[in-house]
Design a protein around this ligand. Sequence first.
Ligand code: ADP
Ligand code: MG
Length: 463
Amino acid sequence: MSEWTTIVGLEVHAEMLTATKMFSACPVVDSVAAAPNTAVDPVSLGLPGTLPVINQQALEYGMMVALALHCDIPPYNQFARKNYFYPDLPKGYQISQYERPLAVNGYLDIELEDGSSKRIVVRRAHMEEDTGKLTHVSDGSLVDYNRAGVPLLEIVSEPDIRSSAEAEAYARKLRAILQYLGVNHGDMSRGVLRFEANVSVMHKDDTAFRTRTEIKNLNSIRSMVRAIDAEVARQIKLYEKGDRVIQATLGWDEAAGKIIIQRYKERPDEYRYFPEPDLPIVEVSREWVARVQAALPELPDARRARYVQHLGLTAYDARVLTLEKPVAVFYERLLAEGVNAKSAANWLTGAFFSLLNEHKWDREQIDTAPVSAAHLAGLIKLVEAGTLNHQTAARKVLPEMWQTGQTAADIVQAQGLAQVTDSALIAEKVFNALFGSIMKSLKGGGRPDVVKQVLLEKLDALK
Ligand code: ADP
Ligand code: MG
């Protein structure tokens, strides 16, 4: 047992993918696909004389997430100016929320690999606007304001997370909830969902938390896990040498697998927050909350329970199949194709996931895999009909389907892989095999007609 415990609190920024920005009618576009600075307007550029208007849909999306996280929604929330200068922030301040956030005091239940579950408290969730995006090139930096003003929900957990595995479970579950709600597609490589990990360690004799550091710019869940592990190791090493950990903002170099110290934070940041004078206080009526609550779609926990109770899946399979929405959608397509629920689960979590792993294909992208749900269903049906044995199907036909894009039926036919089910043909093969083996044991001395006669009599007697 180590003397040290990992302490993590996560801050998550999730863009709310509304049609328009947080404070204007400027469209929200895919920040990777769209040409830079094509989705901008005077409000998102922060031009003098412009006035923000609150996007009600964005607030409602934020409320959906907050309710899915069991938060309380206070009757009033209020925007505030967070003042700082940075080239991706043209106004010189970000409109955020401070003293009166949209939501407080929720929780997220995570499931761990050993089957146990744990509750992580969500301290608050508040609405704000995203900043622009900077790209550093050899002779300067480029700024793209397409992302400036995109609605952003910041979700802050308590430091309840005790390992990188728990952080991973929290991140995956939260991403699944956003996907199920349809407010964010969860593609971290496109920057729509960003995690920041606050990390400290606690010695077994400690009675209070120690200094934390904050790791930013984590662009995949895998990076987050690696970064937390590296930072925990770094902190323990410092303490064991008799040094101290200095509060700092850190980055993560994925290629080098290293923590980078970006800046030390000896004093807290001073943002000179004050209530945003250009926006009214938002009143959230109880009717509105009830309406949003009633319209929430089926969420991962409910779907997982349904798979166990109504489809008879194991708790493990139900969890794996519901944790990424695209996987759940793929699974339900197999069911819609008429595949039995349990064999669909076995095939998907077994042979199909192995194939995805082998090709380093992200499960999030399962819907664009070379083998579609309809094609996989076709394969499973051939096995269930007895045309193909399981092993040939999983080890030979499925990989070929992946390579060629052909259906299972085409491959089976082209390569003569079908199992023989014609009983007359099988009986003939059995007879010939027995006959041959008797002749062989008589070392060529048996009279074929007599052997044949005796064999037929004996087989007849078995009927
Ligand atoms: P603030 O941003 O107001 O300073 P906190 O410092 O309390 O708020 O928390 C910011 C984030 O850091 C939260 O996600 C919280 O869970 C996390 N956090 C706070 N203390 C620690 C700690 N000792 N170790 C790890 N995470 C922490
Ligand atoms: Mg903070």
